[in-house]
Design a binder for this molecule. Structure first.
Ligand code: AMP
Length: 303
């Protein structure tokens, strides 16, 4: 099994959805990513936490086999994000972002991690993403995520990171904003022209699109009766996708199609409860069974 390195945020989130709210719950792009990817591969995590980050989450990550040696413990407060969702659960509205310990964070990739074959730059300052790219020697496959906060605030730095990665995994609104193009197919083409040969666009409850060369694959969204909190859907999606690629080593187009479905599977579980609560009890058997559900959902005969 290959090693998958992730850098991103570990956060304390306050989230409000039409179905409830949760104050000071654990979140962060790297937290969600690692938990999800740990169902498939060996994960190495580089991030910064403050003195107030719950030990319980670190223990859970450890139990899931995530290597925590790359987590820096700082004296300040952990990164905080506050957001809300309306009945359209596909778009989060950011109410507050407090960088806290992120402000002084310069990621240090431990020597033992520098040979990692797979690298995911989760949503974090694109300058920090680039500094991790500098430190990893010759990864087989690299991908990144981002969000409007960085598209608007650090566009040039983000374009530099995009030039250097094999794939980008972003949501529909981010793709439109990044490309300055409302049509999603044209937006994906423009993003490919920025560097990444593979573009994956997450469309919330409507599924995901994979763009490679001239081929488009459309993954369905699983119609779920209970969706409580979409926070972390994008990161658990990326965790399933990257984790599956790292576990099989199959970077063919067919392999990517399966990886996009595993990403969708992981996201579909995560939205069933607040924070990463659903992932706590999730089993590998449930993951594989839901993959079958996706296959049944979208299956039809060619005439
Ligand atoms: P998503 O998977 O897109 O729903 O990502 C949700 C996570 O992103 C939350 O748990 C937040 O803590 C984290 N987040 C929000 N804003 C930022 C930011 N500017 N940089 C890094 N992480 C963020």
């Amino acid at each position: 099994m290959s090693n998958l390195l992730v850098v991103g945020s570990m956060a304390i989130d306050s989230v409000k959805t039409p179905f409830g709210e949760r104050e000071e719950a654990v979140g962060g792009s790297a937290t969600y990513f690692s938990i999800s990817a740990s169902f498939f591969a060996r994960i190495r995590l580089v991030a910064v936490i403050g003195r107030d980050f719950p030990e319980d989450t670190l223990n859970f990550l450890g139990e899931r086999g995530v290597d925590l040696a790359g987590i820096e413990r700082s004296h300040g407060e952990t990164f905080r994000w506050k957001g809300e969702y309306g009945f359209d659960l596909n778009t989060a509205r950011t109410l507050e972002t407090r960088l806290n310990v992120f402000q002084a964070f310069r990621p240090q990739v431990p020597p033992a991690y520098q040979e990692s074959e797979y690298l995911f730059l989760a949503n974090i300052d694109p300058e920090l993403q680039a500094s991790v790219l500098d430190q990893v020697k010759s990864p087989r496959f690299t991908a990144c995520d981002t969000m409007n906060f960085w598209i608007e605030g650090k566009r040039q730095e983000l374009l530099e990171t995009l030039r250097r990665v094999d794939a980008v995994v972003i949501n529909e609104a981010e793709a439109r904003e990044l490309a300055g193009e409302s049509n999603i197919v044209r937006a994906a083409r423009k993003v490919m022209a920025m560097g990444p040969k593979t573009v994956v666009i997450k469309r919330g409850e409507y599924g995901a699109l994979l763009f490679q060369n001239d081929t488009i694959f459309s993954a369905p969204g699983l119609p779920l009766e209970n969706i409580y909190d979409p926070t972390g859907a994008g990161d658990t999606f990326a965790g399933g996708l990257m984790g599956y690629l790292a576990s099989t080593g199959d970077l063919s187009h067919a392999g990517f199609r399966r990886a996009v479905i595993y990403g969708s599977v992981m996201a579909s579980f995560n939205v069933e409860s607040f924070s990463y609560d659903r992932m706590r009890s999730l089993t590998a058997a449930e993951v594989h069974s839901r993959y079958g559900q996706f296959s049944d959902l979208a299956h039809f005969e060619r005439l």
